[in-house]
Design a protein around this ligand. Structure first.
Ligand SMILES: [Zn+2]
Ligand SMILES: [Zn+2]
Length: 272
């Protein structure tokens, strides 16, 4: 089934490529959250399950809402719980018809909620799971770009592609991700006053490799900073990306929606 994209002269069409609708406080207000996203022009939301319980809630939402899709995998924070049986179960869930990607998987050396050795082992295991499922990868790297990108370079190539979500690396990291054939996903942090370096990187990214995300309920963009984030607020991120790249919000919406549709195989109709 194809989802109709509402076309409008004023509203850009956007895809929130990374959200956590299955987390509170969004889960309990899912109807309201999805309704507000639709009226802001969000055509599809990918909600990301980070352990088995979270992934099941994400699938529940995807079954309820046509325009909600799922990516799932053991987040590096939860790597310590990802034993073989749990990883097999996760791989099973990933065969659900609305799962469009595998992840977020990766390394988080900022929080270190799981020991680094466990993070590395579970990352490697899940890279092979994603490859065998032929799903695009959703990669989470925090304070671990050098090690994470090296791991990806060793384990690649990845014919189904992937995305470095919530990008927080430097110019060189961005180039290595592009060389891997990956997309770079831009979160609300691009609106933060002190983020000139990130804005400079985004101004130079190739148009066909950019995605937008909220990572909600975290990282609300200006002017909602400090509040719980939700997919409707992706509009502010799109506006900042447009101004940084000297283009219109409509063009940013068109290109990022086309990129997300292509990478994740979303059943969105082409805008006329
Ligand atoms: Zn993440
Ligand atoms: Zn996330």
């Amino acid at each position: 089934m194809l989802l109709p994209i509402a076309t409008s002269l004023v509203k850009p069409i956007l895809v929130d490529s990374h959200a956590h609708l299955e987390m509170e406080p969004l889960f309990q207000d899912a109807d309201g959250v999805v309704r507000r996203a639709r009226s802001a022009g969000v055509a599809a939301i990918i909600t990301v399950g980070i352990d088995l319980e979270d992934a099941r809630r994400a699938l529940e939402l995807a079954e309820r809402f046509d325009d909600v899709f799922v990516s799932l995998g053991y987040h590096p924070h939860n790597a310590k719980n990802a034993r073989e049986k749990a990883l097999n179960e996760m791989a099973d869930l990933a065969t659900h018809r609305k799962v469009v990607a595998y992840g977020e998987i990766g390394l988080d050396y900022f929080r270190n909620y799981s020991p680094r050795s466990a993070q590395k082992a579970v990352f490697a295991d899940q890279l092979s799971i994603a490859k065998s499922l032929a799903k695009p990868l959703v990669i989470h790297l925090r304070s671990a770009y050098e090690e994470g990108l090296t791991e990806l370079e060793k384990a690649g190539p990845f014919p189904a592609g992937g995305v470095i979500h919530c990008f927080s690396g430097d110019e060189r990291d961005a180039q290595r991700a592009l060389d891997l054939g990956f997309h770079i996903s831009i979160p609300g942090t691009i609106t933060y006053r002190k983020n000139d370096k990130f804005r400079a990187i985004v101004s130079r990214l190739p148009e066909d490799r950019i995605l937008l995300e909220t990572d909600c309920p975290f990282l609300a963009p200006e002017p909602k900073r400090g509040k719980d984030n939700e997919p409707a607020y992706i509009v502010y991120t799109a506006q900042t990306v447009a101004s940084v790249r000297n283009t219109s919000v409509a063009v940013v919406g068109q290109t990022t929606t086309a990129n997300a549709t292509r990478l994740f195989g979303l059943p969105l109709e082409e805008a006329p």
